[in-house]
Design a protein around this ligand. Structure first.
Ligand code: HEC
Length: 246
């Protein structure tokens, strides 16, 4: 029985990436969980642009406010859009899976653990690789998640993204080669600012998946410090005990 659980656990990440269905190379966001400003901005963007469809129902507003140094009042006034929600509540939202399935073809999954399932590289690349594709219901497709059901939620910030091709001469033949995705410049952010915004959202989602990560590092240092002090005390004690024996 145990063996089967281990095999299943080993297989889970590959199943998850298979669901994404693409081998597009992923970019590393180089996000930093100790960067509070980035986490706060990520929380703000997430609540404004993602929470309408996705919940993070395994965390509470209050805990997020405390962990990210967001004053409770600010959290209440600016980041909790549900009038009936209290600050101690779980971060659930009102959209039902069946409605979402009808509108987008698939439910919008809860994102509390998405960074652990997909990885931060995947999320960072996913949010930067939407592109115009008129054959899709929402007019967009995605490079790491082909035929995705999600609309491009950040279009207002990025602008409308198009696939860019360059003509190259390969073996005497002109070949159109895909070189990347470029927005039309009508978004609120420049390309660099957009990458930073997506990095902040990714940072927030990594934190959401493992809020103890920060605390664990801090505790680790304290435990090491304690052990060093304890070692010194032990050495002194040993000297004291053995003094009369010699
Ligand atoms: C209009 C509704 C909507 C909004 C807004 C939205 N999403 Fe989605 N999202 C979806 C749907 C629907 C899916 C499922 C797509 C599918 O399975 O085809 C999805 C899928 C995802 C996935 C993939 C989950 C998985 O593991 O399969 C991630 C990650 C994600 N969204 C992140 C975000 C982020 C971050 C934002 C905010 C910037 C956001 N979404 C905004 C509807 C939305």
């Amino acid at each position: 029985m145990k063996k089967w659980i281990f095999i299943l656990m080993a297989l889970l990440p590959s199943l998850a990436s298979a669901a994404g269905g693409s081998s597009f190379p992923l970019d590393d966001p180089k996000n930093d969980l100790t960067d509070k400003a980035s986490l706060q901005n990520g929380a703000k963007l997430f609540m404004n642009y993602c929470f309408g469809c996705h919940s993070t129902q395994y965390q509470r507003y209050e805990r997020v406010a405390t962990d990210l140094d967001i004053p409770i009042n600010l959290m209440k006034d600016n980041l909790i859009f549900d009038n009936t929600a209290k600050v101690g509540d779980l971060m659930e939202n009102a959209i039902s899976d069946s409605d979402a399935k009808q509108w987008f073809g698939n439910p919008a999954p809860d994102l509390t653990l998405v960074a652990r399932v997909r990885g931060t590289d995947w999320i960072y690349t996913y949010l930067r690789t939407f592109y115009v594709d008129p054959s899709r219901p929402f007019g967009v497709n995605n490079l790491v998640f082909p035929s995705v059901g999600m609309p491009h939620a950040l279009e207002e910030l990025q602008g409308t993204p198009y696939k860019v091709y360059e003509e190259r001469l390969i073996d005497g033949e002109m070949v159109k080669e895909f070189v990347g995705i470029e927005a039309d410049g009508r978004g609120e952010l420049t390309a660099e600012e957009y990458d930073q915004a997506v990095r902040d959202i990714t940072n927030f989602l990594e934190y959401a998946g493992e809020p103890m990560k920060l605390e664990r590092q801090r505790l680790g240092y304290m435990v090491m410090g304690f052990l060093v002090i304890f070692l010194i005390v032990t050495i002194l004690l040993k000297k004291e005990y053995w003094r009369d024996v010699h």
